[in-house]
Design a protein around this ligand. Structure first.
Ligand code: GAP
Length: 442
């Protein structure tokens, strides 16, 4: 029986959400492209995140920084030295694995039992700036967006005139030369992050930073609810000493029950003043904050909530995927309705306009409705195949409303609106259609 991941990968390809990368050349392992519906879904998630955490908060501003930064950034941040995974190689088939993720003591590819001793493999992607490929011109693609916020901290502080506590948000690509990418878009070598570096006053005692940590944990929970993720699939894992990233004094991983196991979805870390201190030392710049009331100067500490965009997409699709017994098929056979029940704000297409016939008279009438609705909603117009098949297609891509235009519409100037989840149909006057849909999609 096809498992859930296979069904989702197949639906996502068939309907234009996610394609294998470079497919016409035989693909490239673990690289994926977002198609027309995938990019809409992704943009909806990113825009909603930006709205919730930047536009709707007085204490957060946004930034968009370079992907390739001065290599000194990565020396200061500790990534050149610390950002590595233990790599081992099977002596028989030369397959490579992460030593910390080995299942059992045998090679998963050939059953071999002998491995090389683990060596630390740095995950940053190297490149060269300019034509000379030598050490002096080596640079790295950023492995996290976060360093952009730290490096621009002084400029942002001076131009935005924010007072502590305040956050700097960024979303964009990050690159990691993962040893074992896989599980579809769960772990890839290029992916997108949405990160907030939330700068807080230097704590005098533990409670001072813990309250901000708790505040962001609550904010992450609020986001998860908005994304439509059921609580029963979520776990909060406090990472023990010795297992946290090199910069973190406390980390809580938000984990999700994927079909391939319970694994990380998002993270929340207390980065202390680690990054600002190292950048101040390395750059020789004064990155301290001046408290305008006490005139005290200090390096702010940082709470960092971080969200993966691609993992958000994956869990959003997994949660939305439903198979329901269809009440009747066109041929009277038992049938299954596959429907992506995305929250309405997330659906890539909001309204489908479906004339019951291709006859010019009806088609033109329906196209006028489409032309008007498209000014306010993302719409699709479809006049091919039977109405049943067109409903199924819209269900499979998660379109909340289908507007059916029939011959009576020409007379009574009304259309039928079908609700994706309840499949209930309402007859609505065309003059009231926009208001009706706006209300429903709110
Ligand atoms: N700035 C902190 C940081 O980068 P991280 O836990 O390494 O922390 C943050 O990454 C988030 O980025 C993860 O919670 C996950 O959602 C996403 N992420 C990390 N590596 C990924 C990969 N190889 N593929 C897809 N998403 C990834």
């Amino acid at each position: 029986m096809e498992n859930l991941m296979d069904k989702i990968i197949s639906l996502a390809k068939r309907r234009g959400f996610i394609f294998p990368g470079s497919e016409i050349y035989g693909g490239m392992a673990n690289s994926w492209d977002y198609g027309p519906l995938g990019v809409e879904l992704k943009n909806n998630i990113k825009n909603e995140w930006w709205k919730m955490f930047v536009h709707q908060r007085a204490d957060v501003v946004g930034v968009d920084t370079a992907l390739v930064m001065n290599p000194k950034v990565w020396e200061a941040s500790g990534h050149l030295k610390e950002f590595s995974d233990p790599l081992i190689e099977c002596k028989k088939c030369h397959s490579r694995f992460r030593a910390d993720e080995m299942k059992g003591d045998k090679c998963q590819e050939c059953g071999g039992k002998e491995f090389t001793t683990p060596k630390q493999f740095n995950l940053m992607f190297k490149t060269f700036i300019g034509p000379a490929e030598d050490a002096a011109n080596t640079a790295y693609f950023r492995p996290e967006t976060a360093q952009g916020q730290f490096v621009d901290f002084k400029n942002i502080l001076e131009t935005s005139r924010k007072k502590l506590p305040f956050g700097i948000a960024q979303m964009g690509k990050a690159f990691r030369n993962e040893i074992t990418p896989g599980n579809y878009i769960f772990r890839t070598r290029e992916f997108e992050q949405m990160e907030i570096e939330y700068f807080i006053p230097e704590p005098k005692k533990d409670k001072d930073w813990e309250k901000y940590f708790e505040m962001w944990l609550d904010e992450m929970k609020r986001w998860l609810k908005h994304l439509g993720i059921s609580d029963k699939h979520l776990h909060y894992h406090d990472i023990p000493d010795g297992e946290r990233a090199h910069y973190s004094k406390r980390t809580v991983d938000v984990e999700y029950d994927y079909p391939f196991g319970q694994k990380e979805l998002y993270g929340l870390a207390y980065r202390t003043a680690f990054d600002l201190k190292n950048h101040a030392d390395k750059s020789g710049q004064d990155l301290r904050y001046t408290d305008t009331e006490t005139n005290e100067k200090y390096l702010p500490h940082v709470i960092e909530p971080t969200w993966g965009v691609d993992r958000s997409m994956l869990v959003a699709i997994l949660e939305a995927y439903h198979e329901e017994k269809a009440p009747t098929s066109e041929k009277g056979e038992e049938d299954v309705r596959v429907v992506l029940k995305f929250p309405k704000w997330m659906a890539p297409v909001k309204v489908a306009i479906l004339p019951l016939s291709k006859k010019e008279e009806l088609s033109n009438f329906a196209k006028d409705i489409y032309g008007d609705l498209i000014k306010d909603f993302i719409c699709e117009y479809d006049e091919t195949q039977s109405i049943g098949k067109r409903y199924r297609r819209q269900d499979e891509i998660g379109t909340p409303y289908c507007v059916t235009v029939d011959f009576e519409s020409l007379e009574d100037k009304a259309v039928t609106v079908r609700d994706r989840d309840t499949m209930k149909q309402d007859r609505i006057k065309i003059s009231e259609l926009k208001n009706y849909l706006s209300d429903k999609l709110k």
